[in-house]
Design a protein around this ligand. Structure first.
Ligand code: SF4
Ligand code: SF4
Length: 422
């Protein structure tokens, strides 16, 4: 991944343009240079890698993987772009400080846990900023109202879980929560525990010293940091060989990619291969277990069932090696007794893209507005997704002057059914 880019690879592009038709950045900008084809062309003609224009073009990509999926020549474009980003001189990156501070925070649990407190201060600032302010969008992930709702819901779920705590059950799987479910939205993690309890799936081991999956570092081209975080997580989960469940689609995709980080370190490559083979995604895990949970599902949860649901596919589950699109829909159909609504144009990217929404808030907002328009043409009242990043975009990006939706992580949505039914 951090080897110099093979010029042969760049010449494989036959300029067919298939990638252009699916690129969310191209859809809102119309700029050819921002498509995969455009970026590959620029990489193949690169004269000055220190150019700020070059780093700006490379940064305007969500790494969503839509282009790799349709590429006629099978070019792994996201991998190529990560390699290109890893060779960028940081001084030419105008978003360097924002990126650095975010990556540092993600790599440090202590700094991340401070974000919840920072949210209280940021919230006061947020409310004073105009609705269309770029700074407002950058700070919006610290929205104190949403964070405090999550903490309150988390407390309620924990109270319900308390009586079960002393029950002797074997530990059946381990849980990788990810940064957002650990520090900002703890009700996602407690919902996973609650569901495992309700479905008698066994006890969960959640190692407290797990760290960020490393996706943000990798997307920013900081492969050394991505490797450091991966090694830490591999070690943390090495005391047993239980399956590792994660409720975040982005973390899932990154944990599955750990072997790619170690092509030059055979020992770690083997460890990473074993680790990533144990990783399981939330919706496919609970889809299996819900097959035997008819007692709960037949219960009347009228208010929840009446609402029409739109399931937002995270790009990390829509494209790439591990695609999971039918399981969440089947789960939702089973519990609501009706399939989730679909968009006329099919699933769309929300524009969050990890650090992308921080470094390019306007572009991110435009991509989200396009999606919002599409969803507005459906009967959807509730948005459900299985990626913490997409959840953030949906929770923060809705205009205060238009139609708003209830937004839930799939784990929280399912646990609401169980809480009502039990
Ligand atoms: S990864 Fe996504 S945003 Fe980036 S060039 Fe490909 S389609 Fe466009
Ligand atoms: S789809 Fe692949 S081959 Fe076609 S233009 Fe895009 S990158 Fe080149």
């Amino acid at each position: 991944m951090d080897k110099p880019i093979d010029p042969e690879l760049l010449h494989q592009c036959v300029k067919c343009g298939a990638c252009t038709s699916v690129c969310p950045v191209y859809r809102v900008t119309g700029r050819e240079s921002l498509t995969a084809r455009g970026k590959i062309h620029i990489l193949s003609r690169l004269v000055d890698p220190d150019s700020a224009v070059y780093s700006d073009i490379l940064s305007k990509c969500l790494l969503c993987g839509a282009c790799s999926e349709v590429c006629a020549c099978g070019i792994d474009i996201t991998r190529l772009l990560i390699s290109a980003r890893s060779s960028l001189p940081t001084r030419s990156d105008k978003h360097f400080l924002a990126k650095l501070s975010t990556i540092r925070s993600l790599g440090s649990p202590a700094l991340l846990s401070g974000l919840s407190s920072l949210a209280k201060i940021a919230g006061k600032t947020l409310r004073k900023l105009p609705l269309d302010s770029g700074l407002r969008r950058k700070l919006s992930f610290l929205n104190p109202d949403l964070i405090s709702q999550s903490h309150t819901r988390n407390q309620n779920l924990l109270v319900r879980l308390q009586p079960q705590k002393n029950k002797k059950q074997p530990t059946k799987f381990a849980y990788f929560a990810g940064c957002l479910a650990t520090h900002l939205y703890p009700d996602i993690a407690s919902s996973v525990f609650f569901l495992a309890e309700a479905l008698h799936s066994g006890k969960i081991d959640k190692p407290s010293n797990q760290v960020c999956c490393g996706l943000a570092a990798m997307a920013g081209g900081n492969l050394d940091e991505a490797r450091r975080l991966a090694k830490k997580n591999i070690n943390v989960f090495s005391s047993h060989s239980l399956p590792i469940l994660t409720s975040c689609a982005s973390c899932f995709s990154q944990l599955k990619k750990y072997p790619d980080l170690f092509s030059n370190e055979p020992l770690w490559y083997e460890k990473a291969k074993k680790f990533s083979a144990r990783v399981m995604e939330f919706s496919s895990f609970f889809h299996e277990r819900l097959k035997d949970a008819s007692a709960f599902l037949l219960s009347d949860c009228h208010d929840l069932k009446k609402k029409s649901v739109y399931y937002h596919d995270p790009c990390h589950l829509r494209f790439g090696r591990h695609q999971i699109v039918s399981e969440p829909r089947q789960l939702l159909t089973k519990i609501t007794k009706q399939p989730p609504v679909e968009l006329a144009l099919g699933p769309q990217c929300c524009g969050q893209g990890g650090l992308f929404h921080l470094s390019h808030p306007d572009l991110s907002g435009d991509i989200f507005s396009h999606l919002l328009d599409q969803v507005g043409q459906t009967t959807a009242e509730t948005i459900v997704t299985s990626c913490s990043g997409c959840l953030l975009q949906w929770q923060q990006g809705q205009p205060s002057n238009g139609k708003t939706y209830q937004v839930k992580h799939l784990a929280c949505y399912l646990s609401d059914f169980f809480t009502e039914a039990s």
